[in-house]
Design a protein. Sequence first.
Length: 535
Amino acid sequence: MRADLTRVSHDPTKAFSRVLMQQGRVQLDADWNEQAAILLRLLRRLAADVGGQAWTADGGFIPLQISDGPATDDVSFMPGDLYVDGILVENFATPVAVTLQPNAPNVLGVSPWTVDDTPFIVGQYLQLSDPSQPANFVICRITAVDYAAGQVTVDSTQGIPVADANIQAARLVTYKTQPGLLPPPALFVGEGPVELYLDVWERLVTSAEDDTIREVALGGPDTAARTKVVWQAKTVPAPPQVSRDGQRASASLSAAQLAQRFQPVNRGLLRARVQPGAASTDPCAVSPSSAYRGPENQLYRVEIHDGAMPGGAASFKWSRENGSVVFPLAAAAVPGSGTLTVPLASLGRDDRFGMSEGDWVELQDDALVLSSAAAIAPAPALAQVQSINRAMMQVTLKGAAPSTAFGSQPGLHALMRRWDQQAGDRTAGGVTLTSGGAIAIPAAAGQWIDLEDGVQILFEAVATATFRTGDYWLIPARVATGDVIWPQESDANGQLQPVARPPDGVDHHYAPLAILTAQSNAAPGIDALLETRSF
């Protein structure tokens, strides 16, 4: 969660049932967030215990063949709800009334134009039906739109009576038009059957990613952030076929097998501490103390930049502000000769949340965030700030920069995020950065890495870990104690040592949906529906 937080205090193992505010006390964001986390965990645990790992009450997300007409390599999903590990996943499809044109049967008048926060655009599928006869429906695709007239042109309305004034249209979400993966990978991987599954995870959204959560009456400042449930339909080659009653049938991966494949148990372990003071050999000198030397409380974020399989090379980046320092783009960034000029809407509200020459930054938008989380795109290399034109609100970046204009697509919330690692003399506790601006995770065991102001981290069991891009750890550092907030354990000698902890997130949840086989006309055939339980 890349928000400006003090810390994340919720720990399910403590079995706290609620947070009680006390009179005359300071209120912290961590307390309010912990109360919300307690209730959310309770509701999701209840839904999973009652319904199972994946279940639906209204047929939501059951895949369907789009039509028996023109060949298409796409499948649609039934509107409705699906609970995955207790998490509510919604496929919205609010029906709206349409007006049929007697002289132009393929032109439909629709109102309102934006439904379920999505406008009508070319390529979307619609399901036309009469509410009194829901079993009779026609599936068509939008081929043209006329916003001024409030009309859409579809490829076919065959089977819908022109004189019927009760026709409704509901937008059908398909694999290729899904909102959480821009754009989705090919439906079929290789030649054999594939398993269609749902990947569910939570994304933190601030006002930089969704300006509607900002209260404009405050004159600009943002307030609270949000978390959003993201669902992504994906495919993976199905396991070899098995024999069932003499018939050959495609096997399937269970939710647990999908999790082990894409979210293994060992995604890396991290220890954090304040650098211990070295004992002085001079009897007349006082040994230096072990203390966090930062001037302010911080929430350090250590995030995997490039993941890797066990034993492979992986890298990380870190931020003293939990990665919350972002700068929305004001216009498209224009590439130059080895540099990139980025026009920004803001250069930060103060020095702490601002930018300096030499800082390492990351360019991203919604499409890049969603594709990176889906593990279908490598992490982009970071770029370094070369110069800042404060009068023009422009930043010039050097290093790895996109060859085409970045931020040219409206609605994708292009922004620049600051990271705080810097190269330094290794003999003095500095680090060597990769060509992409990140820090390589040492392959040698027991190697502590200095962040800053005495804060150190150590990656445990690197040889057997599968580091995954985007996984992160949060390390609160406090001036009052001169230490970091990190659990401790006793070693064989009775000395306290920092605990090796798995990532704080991002946690993904999986639900198998169906086995698909490519037919001779390229349309996907649905061999079997998998595991989803209907009530």
